[in-house]
Design a protein around this ligand. Sequence first.
Ligand SMILES: NC(=O)c1ccc[n+]([C@@H]2O[C@H](COP(=O)([O-])OP(=O)(O)OC[C@H]3O[C@@H](n4cnc5c(N)ncnc54)[C@H](OP(=O)(O)O)[C@@H]3O)[C@@H](O)[C@H]2O)c1
Length: 324
Amino acid sequence: MEHSIALVTGATSGLGHAAARTLAGEGWREIIVTGRSLNRAQETAVQLAAEAKRQVFTPLELDLNTTASVQSALAELVKRGRPVDFLLLNAGLVPFKQRVMTAAGVEASQAPLIGHHQLTVGLLNANLLSPNARIVIAGAEPARGGVPFFKYTDLPEFAAKYHQGNRTAAVEALIRNGPNVKYAPNNAYTDAKLIIAWWTAALARRLPSRMAVYAVSPGAATATEVVRSASPALRYLFIPIVNLIPGMNQTPETAARRYLQASEFGTDVSGQFFASAQGKFTGPIEAQRHPHLHDRASQEAAWQAVVKVSGVNLSNPASSSVVS
Ligand SMILES: NC(=O)c1ccc[n+]([C@@H]2O[C@H](COP(=O)([O-])OP(=O)(O)OC[C@H]3O[C@@H](n4cnc5c(N)ncnc54)[C@H](OP(=O)(O)O)[C@@H]3O)[C@@H](O)[C@H]2O)c1
């Protein structure tokens, strides 16, 4: 991949900020950095330029909770007309103790995927990703299961119980946190990251042959702001305990490097979810093999539900084998 133009969402803090700075260090010509307001994005661009000692950052306003904001960001990118080589969909959050919904009726930790889908599909439809572009979206280890206090919904079971087996309707219910979904912040986060892994696999089937997409868990980096909205139990009990265990935490820079590492992967592993080895939250990343992640019906259901909730779809999916 030519190191030309990268776009990093959620660059105002944490891993997005660290990734943008690292990309500058690796010689990328331009890094578009997004923040929810233009002011925040501009401040971030100035701060990054000072840290990286390179004037390569372009601020872009992008609030992923609002379709109008995504549309304005897309219009800005269309006006510039320069294709993006590396699209890093990093923004995300561990949600609030009390359930928060966006104006569009989407649960807060699910909302970044809806905005990221609108952005990605908008760029693809406008032919604004370069032919061998790489797309990386932030996942997290709980999506594979087995992380204490974080539980994903058994989609086939949930669909059978409440939606006559219709998995698309079931994923939509998870995205909207209802009906028949009991809100628990950690579980909402886990479902959000699982739907991201499925969406990634479905998108890979629709991309032009030289492009690739990967879901990548950055792993544990508790020095970021990621749990700022989370419950006191998670912030003041679970994370401090985890931090005491050697090898269970890493710097934001190390975590952000995983995104850059994945951006160099080939098309042969497009659509896969990369995360730490089983039982770990740091160290090398590997493709995850858990059967629920590879369930094609769930992957396609996730894609269809995201298309429905976001209101946008690809105008010209690459593979004719997918129903869109
Ligand atoms: N840190 C970890 O241990 C860890 C582990 C696994 C996965 N992750 C994932 O890594 C990603 C980055 O997390 P982080 O640790 O860097 O957290 P962070 O410090 O809180 O940064 C998150 C960034 O995302 C932005 N953001 C969140 N929701 C947004 C929305 N709806 N619209 C626009 N921007 C939004 C935030 O902007 P505002 O400041 O305006 O909210 C901020 O810039 C997340 O997807 C997270 O789930 C992190």
